[in-house]
Design a protein around this ligand. Sequence first.
Ligand code: ADP
Length: 171
Amino acid sequence: MAMASVAIYPGSFDPLTNGHLSIINRGLAIFDQLIVAIANNPNKRPLFSVEERRSLIRGAVGPEPRVEIDSFDGLLVEYAKRRSCRVILRGLRAVSDFESEFQLANMNRTLLPDFETVFMMTGEDYFYISSQLVREVAQFGGDVSGLVPQNVLEAFQRKVAPPAAARGSGT
Ligand code: ADP
């Protein structure tokens, strides 16, 4: 039998959105195993800690044994070497993603020649969803249900104070 195919799906996941979840589910249709790798980059001043992000991903993905959730510091190629994995999975939302992803994929291949990046085009329902936008909307009290899984929605509700209007004055 052929060796199990494994891909690393790296990102900040701050927090996981339905766009990420869709890439994970579609990735599982192609790869035997996915390692969802949370980049620990304190310079990005994340809203959710790595541990919070990890448990939100697990909560949304469920007990699926083909998905491992891990985190890494530093260079992705070094992490990939440690995990003996040469394939990474990325989602492509829009033309704007293309340029930076193109640079990143080529840089990674320069650093590690047999490294391969596989891109998946995002579904039309998700192309406008980014963690950053979702964070901003939620922090200003906007409704992000439909953009993130239910457990992430609840995590937002715990983390950011509800807006005055939603607190319900009874009038
Ligand atoms: P980063 O901080 O590296 O941009 P993200 O957590 O935002 O990481 O995203 C991780 C990966 O998921 C990237 O490949 C990104 O393009 C992809 N992604 C993010 N949002 C979506 C979405 N709505 N649909 C499809 N792919 C997405």
